[in-house]
Design a protein around this ligand. Structure first.
Ligand SMILES: *Cc1c(COP(=O)(O)O)cnc(C)c1O
Length: 408
């Protein structure tokens, strides 16, 4: 038997079934007309943002990294809750604009921005978090052609990283950002060339559950930013301090202590160096804001026993749930929180393997899980499906196509 991850708080049972936003899983599926179905909860999104706002000093803006979940309904809902969107492609720029977000509140990171992407971002007045000297030059040249001063910030590749981070994106040789020692000269060049100087972006990692590690990293980020601003010789209009706030996916994971993080930030803000006094500060979060608000519902199409092992075969799988299947940056596969949505309050009574419908042994949703008895037609719920589910899974694989999505 293998343990399941912790089911996030805030889900209820109605008539024995999992309910989200006051509707049962079966009613949600009936309304959507098909499975698999991603359901995103407005109440969860609102609650998460309210808790975060209460914990973090008001001076710290909260940006949403939309790659975690770019479903149009979610973007529109988040646009009203957060201070800005972080995007990483021209496609995401179009999505952010369609959600009605003021381009002045959008910043664009990501290595390998094409000229056409830089053109539309500069024309819209979006801040570019430039990832290299060459990209700065291209942005300046495009701005000159368009007769628009590009809004330029530099993404720094810091010499430190976020300890315990699920995905490391800083420290050592990286395709992301500009090595910290090269930043001052490139910033001065951009400012001299007439760019609208927007400051620095320092992202150090993802999916950290240790408040201590995040506090340490935020301290390092503020130290580095003030040192670089001194060397540049100009204050930073804005500093994007990165994020990395994780959510519990697996058995034994503990939720992040955001109150401790907020308190430590408050102390740091009270003694900021002079050069950062007027700097607009923000953090950028993806999964922390949306991950626990999403549930993936998939229907059992077959129940079979092979050599004594029971398999529940569903109509979903890794083509929508790459991370839950254990194939998105994990070394050892562990179970996400998974439940039988149709019998949400029933006691666990059998050990089963929940698999997807793809013809590959990689397509696993729960291994050796103790669950209530479930049969063909019942619905399975995979929790923590609000981030990097639909937006990060290969839905074209085996001709399956995307899942339905709904915000309730
Ligand atoms: C992916 C990414 C994020 C969001 O990461 P989460 O783990 O979802 O919070 C934020 N900023 C940058 C630069 C990223 O690449």
């Amino acid at each position: 038997m293998k343990p399941l991850g912790p089911i996030p708080a805030g889900f209820e049972t109605i008539d024995g079934e999992l309910a989200i936003g006051g509707m049962t899983a079966s009613a949600l599926v009936e309304q959507a007309g098909r499975t698999p179905l991603f359901v995103y909860s407005r109440a969860h999104l609102d609650r998460r943002m309210a808790e975060l706002r209460a914990a973090v000093p008001t001076r710290i803006g909260i940006n949403y990294a939309i790659k975690a979940n770019s479903f149009a309904g979610v973007l529109q809902h988040m646009a009203a809750l957060v201070d800005g969107f972080d995007i990483a492609s021209g496609g995401e720029l179009a999505m952010a604009q369609a959600a009605g977000l003021d381009p002045a509140r959008i910043s664009f990171a990501g290595p390998g921005k094409r000229d056409s992407e830089l053109e539309s971002a500069i024309a819209a007045g979006v801040t570019l978090n430039c990832e290299s000297d060459g990209e700065v030059d291209r942005a300046l040249a495009i701005g000159a052609r368009q007769g628009i001063a590009p809004h330029i910030a530099l993404r720094v590749n810091p010499s430190f990283e976020l300890r315990g981070s699920g995905m490391k994106m800083g420290g050592g040789a990286k395709p992301f950002g500009i090595d910290e020692e090269l930043v001052p000269a490139i910033a001065r060049k951009a400012i001299l060339a007439g760019a609208e100087w927007r400051g620095l972006h320092i992202f150090t990692g993802s999916q950290a559950l240790s408040a201590e590690a995040i506090i340490e990293t935020q301290g390092n980020v503020l130290d580095l930013a003030s040192r670089l601003a001194d060397e540049i010789g100009a204050p930073l209009p804005k500093l994007n301090m990165g994020g990395g706030f994780g959510i519990p996916y697996f058995h034994g994971d503990e939720p992040l202590d955001i109150v401790a993080i907020g308190a430590a930030l408050g102390e740091r803000l009270a003694s900021l160096p002079e050069i950062l006094i007027d700097t607009e500060l923000c953090i950028e979060l993806g999964r922390y804001l949306v991950g626990e608000a999403g549930v993936y519902l998939t229907r059992i199409v077959d129940r079979k026993v092979s050599h004594g092992t029971t398999f529940l075969v569903t109509d979903g799988g890794l083509h929508h749930q790459l991370a839950a299947s254990g194939n998105f940056g994990t070394v050892v596969r562990r179970n996400y929180p998974v439940a039988i949505a149709s019998h949400f309050d029933a006691a666990a009574e059998e050990e089963v393997y929940v698999v997807g419908c793809l013809c590959t042994p990689l397509d696993r949703l729960a291994d050796g899980a103790m669950l209530p008895r479930a049969d063909v037609g019942d619905l399975v719920a995979v929790f923590c499906a609000g981030a990097y589910g639909a937006s990060a899974s290969p839905s074209a694989f085996l001709g399956q196509g995307p899942a339905a999505e709904v915000l309730v």
